[in-house]
Design a protein around this ligand. Structure first.
Ligand code: PHE
Length: 357
């Protein structure tokens, strides 16, 4: 029996897989297995010898059974280890290089404009894009029957039927922020208000949503001369040229009196735009002295205070400075366009660091 034990325990330890173990089990404990056959012999033994041999055989059977189970588990563990090794993945490997995002030209130019005007003492003011009819029109001296309302190609918000009040609008310009800023901060005040505006218009130079920056300076003795200097100073810094020439053309806006549209001297020679030289003029903004009714609507006494205001197209001056031909492409989210015209995220514009493209 000792011999049986030794043989089977050694065979079990040497078995390489599940099938090998099964063979051993059948050879020992199967119906015709060695141990089963010996069990059958017990019947022919004398009662005393049978009791001793029976107990020993049963113990041997249990021992082989346990050894088989232990070996089966060890083989399964080893197989799992094998598989884990084969499927191992080094997550500490560096990731594949991926292009980082970029700053949209509109965001970039808004930052540039903000930096330049901040240097001249202008704070940033904001207002909602869904604006009340009063802020967008009435307070800016555009009463309901005024023809300028039609010219604005306004988007109207829906009202509950039978509401009776005028509908809100998507602001058609940033000028309502003049009213909000003055009502909130009073005079004297110096603010710019960059943001989105909306008009029902779409071609190569117009999109239904675009960006403006409003400027407003109110004090006791502000004149058109201050407006002219501020705008020239802005253009010098923004376009990065020492010499700029602006042309003020008499115009009309209900919220300024007098009003002027401002053109900048430029050249298109050889297909490249140069600012400050040449024989062409490019319109870049509308401006004027804030109308007394506008000051009054915002709670500022027009007998004591006066000021200038201007509104400039951000997308437009971005196109000029960075040579971007089609406005519609600004808002199509085409990755190739964004990669080409976008700016590195860590290149924050500042006057000291330079604003150049
Ligand atoms: N709000 C005007 C526009 O959108 C621009 C403007 C602003 C003109 C301020 C004068 C003063 O066309």
């Amino acid at each position: 029996m000792d011999d049986l034990r030794e043989r089977y325990i050694a065979a079990i330890a040497a078995a390489a897989d599940e099938a090998g173990l099964e063979e051993i089990r059948l050879a020992a404990l199967g119906r015709k297995g060695e141990i089963s056959l010996q069990m059958r012999e017990l019947g022919r033994m004398a009662p005393e010898a049978r009791a001793a041999a029976g107990a020993a055989l049963n113990a041997l059977k249990d021992e082989i059974d346990a050894a088989l189970r232990a070996r089966r588990e060890a083989l399964a563990d080893a197989a799992l280890d094998e598989r884990l090794k084969a499927e191992w993945l080094d997550v500490t490997l560096p990731a594949r290089p991926r292009r980082t995002g970029s700053i949209h030209p509109v965001s970039r130019v808004t930052e540039e404009v903000t930096a330049i005007f901040a240097d001249m003492g202008f704070a940033v003011a904001e207002g909602p894009q869904v604006e009340s009819d009063w802020y967008n029109f009435d307070a800016l001296n555009i009463p309901p029957e005024h023809p300028a309302r039609q010219e604005h190609d306004t988007f109207f918000m829906a009202r509950a039927p039978g509401d009776g009040r005028p509908p809100h609008v998507l602001r058609t310009h940033t000028s309502p922020v003049q009213i909000r800023a003055m009502a909130e901060r009073g005079a004297p005040i110096r603010v710019i208000a960059p943001g989105r505006v909306y008009r029902m218009d779409m071609d190569q130079t117009h999109t239904p949503m675009f960006h403006q920056v409003e400027g407003l300076a109110v004090d006791r003795d502000i004149s058109m001369a201050n407006l002219k200097w501020v705008l020239e100073e802005f253009c010098r810094a923004y376009f990065g040229v020492d010499h700029v020439e602006l042309r003020f053309r008499a115009s009309h806006f209900p919220f300024t009196e007098p009003s002027a549209e401002v053109d900048i001297r430029c050249s298109w020679e050889g297909g490249a735009l140069r600012i400050g030289e040449g024989e062409s003029w490019l319109e870049i903004l509308g401006s004027g002295m804030v109308h007394p009714k506008v000051l009054a609507a915002a709670g500022v006494d027009p007998d004591q205070w006066q000021g200038f205001a201007f509104g400039m197209g951000i997308d437009r001056i971005a196109m000029l400075k960075y040579g971007i031909p089609d406005l519609r492409a600004f808002f199509e989210s085409d990755l190739r366009w964004l990669r080409h015209y976008g700016f590195a995220a860590n290149a924050v514009p500042s006057l000291a660091g330079g604003l150049g493209g």
